[in-house]
Design a protein around this ligand. Structure first.
Ligand code: ATP
Length: 234
């Protein structure tokens, strides 16, 4: 059986239902044999994630539980510098993955910036880029905003697509962002349905994303902001 590995990178601060919908849509449309989530290392000079690398990894690991073939990779988190996607794909090639078996799954919002990525346009040959619509970011908008790439765009069932083709998948994903989740939690609101139940429990149990500015928070949060403090990020 041919390996077909979906790769989903992100800050995952925290991982949410939209991320899982995105990867699941690619898994279905492309018949993926594996899905690899790669949380990003964010270096000190960039806006820091609110949760530490440890918590972001832990939440991603909880989110893939029970999904056969899905794994979380620590390869970018273990690096001391920011890992560009191009270098991550090179590394996967070095580990024995052929570019044609790697499907780099990305939301339409993030893909619209592809021309600014390191190693563009060569990066498009390093994996099969797979763009999934995101609420508010349609595939039609991608086609018209990236006219130079439009001829390479094809559907997920094009099994003879040449190297450098870009697969487009029009699937419905939950209309949510990690920013919106952090804001809700900061206001003390529930995020049920927006993150998988074990992730929601992890967030509550560790007091993640709780705004210290909220009155009385110190008394009601048993482990005040573990997020970000464990790793010298606080
Ligand atoms: P933030 O709000 O912190 O910027 P985010 O929710 O956009 O975070 P990221 O970790 O930046 O999440 O995104 C990782 C990948 O997941 C990107 O390719 C992004 O386009 C995609 N993605 C995130 N949320 C959704 C969603 N609701 N539907 C489809 N794709 C999504």
């Amino acid at each position: 059986m041919t390996r077909r590995v979906g790769i989903l990178g992100g800050t995952f601060d925290p991982i949410h239902t939209g991320h899982l919908d995105l990867a699941a849509a690619a898994e279905r449309a492309l018949d993926l044999t594996a899905v690899l989530l790669i949380p990003a290392h964010v270096p000190p000079h960039r806006p820091l994630p609110e949760a530490s690398s440890f918590h972001r990894f832990a939440m991603a690991a909880l989110a893939v539980n029970g999904r056969p073939g899905w794994r979380v990779s620590d390869m970018e988190l273990l690096a001391s510098t920011r890992s560009f996607t191009s270098a991550t794909l090179d590394r996967l090639h070095g580990e024995g993955h052929h570019p044609d078996e790697l499907y780099f799954v990305i939301g339409a919002d993030a893909f619209s910036d592809i021309a600014s990525w390191k190693d563009y346009p060569h990066i498009l040959e390093k994996a099969r880029f797979t763009v999934v619509a995101r609420p508010g970011h349609t595939l039609a908008a991608i086609r018209s905003s990236l006219p130079a790439l439009a001829p390479r765009m094809t559907s997920a069932d094009d099994r003879h697509a040449a190297r450098g083709s870009i697969f487009l998948i029009d699937a419905a994903t939950t209309d949510v962002s990690a920013t919106a989740i952090r804001q809700r939690l900061g206001r003390g609101e529930d995020v049920q349905g927006l993150v998988p139940p074990p992730v929601r429990q992890h967030i509550a149990q560790h007091g993640l994303y709780v705004s210290m500015a909220r009155t009385g928070e110190a008394e009601i949060v048993p482990n005040p902001p573990a997020a970000g403090r464990l790793h010298g990020q606080g």
